[in-house]
Design a protein around this ligand. Structure first.
Ligand code: BG6
Length: 306
């Protein structure tokens, strides 16, 4: 097991060759490779990795608001997707992971867990002012032979109750978006951020077929199978990734497609939208409320097929 840690990032390589790299900025996972060295995540060639902007690609962590929430007074002043992805986290250390319900891997030296922490003392004055609550986050990234697990513990360290949303904004790398299909979202209610609200104001319901993409997609699904049912990303009919969630009721599917990719200064190459799909596990519908001293835990296990 090989762990390296410098002032800006932590990386780990398993004896079998799998690797992961996490920036302290945002605790953003910027690389995850299998034993053969194949990259599983999409990272923009123009992504800023120097802390000047949230990272375009990899796995940015969204907290305490998904998108913007102008009608939710407590988070109304925050930037899109909150401050966690653009704050500098602390590396708390590594451990070999025990087998748990969230672990995709066997126990022992075959997997490694990297822990990162964020609390008000890590925030800029501006973020602290915009969201003046006492909180503690522990984000764990576990690399195993079969997959990658990300889990988040959120704690209310203050006297006052507060509410949050969170999401793991995974950019999966694919070869050709035109052959990608996603299963596990059949017959599920969803909000469509491209189409806007339906005429009845009720959520849309997805058909009983797999989801495929041929234009911009930005949808928030509440999978009918519940949080434990796997969401599978296939390419050319073959399973590529499987995602199992814990305490994350929603799945966001996003691809900016040609025009929006063009409009993003940090999105490169411009036709890179053909090689990515964001499938994001989150708790983003309504709010998770924590009273004094309470904690919340959620996460995902991502299994990669060869
Ligand atoms: C997705 C949202 O999660 O993130 C989209 O559903 C948004 O609406 C996308 O465009 C990217 O957000 P950002 O802030 O990283 O450009």
């Amino acid at each position: 097991l090989n762990i390296s840690h410098d002032n800006s990032r932590v990386s780990a390589v398993l004896p079998t060759g799998e690797s992961v790299e996490v920036l302290l900025f945002g605790a953003t996972i910027i690389s995850w490779k299998d034993a053969k060295g194949n990259e599983k995540l999409w990272l923009s060639e123009a992504a800023k990795l120097d802390g000047t902007k949230a990272v375009r690609g990899g796995v940015p962590l969204v907290f305490p608001v998904f998108g913007t929430a102008p009608d939710h007074a407590a988070t109304a002043k925050l930037p899109q997707h909150g401050f966690a992805r653009s704050s500098r986290w602390e590396f708390l250390g590594k451990s070999t992971s025990e087998s748990s319900t969230l672990s995709a891997t066997s126990a022992g030296d075959d997997s490694v867990k990297l822990d990162f922490g964020l609390s008000p003392s890590n925030l800029t004055e501006e973020s602290k002012k915009a969201w003046p609550y006492k909180f503690g986050l522990i984000y764990s990234v576990t690399l195993g032979k079969e997959g990658l697990t990300t889990s988040l513990v959120v704690q209310n360290d203050g006297e006052q109750a507060w509410e949050f949303q969170t999401l793991m904004h995974t950019y999966f790398r694919v070869k050709d978006i035109s052959t990608v299909s996603i299963t596990g979202l059949e017959s599920s209610p969803y909000l469509d951020k491209v189409l806007g609200p339906s005429s009845t104001g009720e959520p849309y319901t997805s058909p009983s077929a797999a989801v495929s993409l041929s234009s911009k997609v930005d949808r928030v699904y509440t999978p009918a199978g519940g949080p434990e049912a796997a969401v599978i990303i296939k390419e050319g009919g073959k399973k590529k990734f499987g995602i199992v969630r814990d305490n994350m009721n929603e799945v966001v599917v996003w691809n900016p497609w040609k025009d929006d990719a063009q409009g993003m200064g940090d999105f490169a190459p411009k036709d890179g939208y053909k090689e990515m799909i964001c499938v994001e596990a989150g708790a983003v519908k309504g709010w998770q409320k924590l009273e004094q001293g309470e904690t919340w835990e959620g996460g995902q296990v991502i299994m990669a097929a060869n």
